[in-house]
Design a protein around this ligand. Structure first.
Ligand SMILES: Cc1cc2nc3c(=O)[nH]c(=O)nc-3n(C[C@H](O)[C@H](O)[C@H](O)COP(=O)(O)O)c2cc1C
Length: 172
C-alpha cells in the first residue's frame, strides 16, 4: 500500500473487538511515535499506555462517557512535556511547540496502527484535570490526546473532506 493510500484509508475507529494487541505491534506503534518530528528535536512528549480496565473506565468517564476508551484493549495517553519545550523555546515552546510535538507523534501512530490492521481514534474531548488525577500525571506534563487502540469492530465510510481548491491557495 502506498503512503497516500494508507493516509486516505485510515479511519477513526470507535468500536473494538475483545482481542489483545500483540506486543510486537505495540512496539511498532511506539517506534512510529518516537520517530515523529519535533521542535529542535527536543521530543517534548511523553506517553502512558493504559491497560488496566478500572483506569480505562475512569478515563472514559473523564472523556464525557466516550465508550471507545473503556472498550479498547489499550489507551495511549499522549502528553505534552511543557517544561522540556519551555527550556528550549520559552513561552512559544510551552504553549505551542510541545503540542505540535505530540500531534506529529499521534498522526504517526494512527498511520502505523492502520497499517498493522488495527484501529484507533484521536480523542481530544476530555477533562485534562481529571485525566491527570486518575493517572497521577505531574503538572509539567499536559495530557492532550487519548488514543484508544484495538482491533476494529466497525468499518466506517470516509467522512467528506473539503476540496483541494477550498483548502489551498496557490500564490505565484
Ligand atoms: C484534535 C482532534 C480531536 C478529536 N476528538 C475526538 C473526540 O473527542 N471524540 C471522537 O469520537 N473523535 C474525535 N476526533 C476524531 C474526528 O472526529 C475524526 O478524525 C474526523 O471526524 C474525521 O474522521 P476520520 O478520522 O475517520 O477521517 C478528534 C480528532 C482530532 C484531530
Amino acid at each position: 500500500m502506498s503512503l497516500l493510500e494508507t493516509i486516505k484509508e485510515r479511519r477513526s475507529i470507535r468500536k473494538f473487538k475483545r482481542k489483545d494487541i500483540p506486543e510486537e505491534h505495540l512496539e511498532k506503534i511506539m517506534e512510529a511515535a518516537r520517530w515523529a518530528p519535533s521542535a529542535g528535536n527536543l521530543q517534548s512528549r511523553k506517553f502512558l499506555i493504559v491497560k488496566n480496565p478500572q483506569l480505562k473506565n475512569e478515563l472514559s468517564k473523564a472523556a464525557y462517557g466516550q465508550q471507545s476508551i473503556a472498550e479498547a484493549p489499550i489507551v495511549i495517553v499522549a502528553c505534552a512535556d511543557l517544561e522540556r519545550s519551555a527550556l528550549g523555546y520559552g513561552e512559544r515552546g510551552r504553549n505551542l511547540y510541545c503540542l505540535f510535538d505530540v500531534a506529529a507523534s499521534v498522526e504517526n501512530m494512527l498511520l502505523e496502527i492502520h497499517e498493522l490492521g488495527l484501529g484507533a481514534c484521536w480523542i481530544g474531548a476530555f477533562d485534562e484535570r481529571l485525566v491527570a488525577g486518575i493517572l497521577d500525571i505531574p503538572s509539567t506534563l499536559r495530557p492532550v490526546t487519548l488514543l484508544p487502540v484495538g482491533y476494529p469492530a466497525e468499518k466506517p465510510s470516509p467522512p467528506p473532506r473539503v476540496s483541494i481548491e477550498e483548502a489551498f491557495k496557490v500564490i505565484d
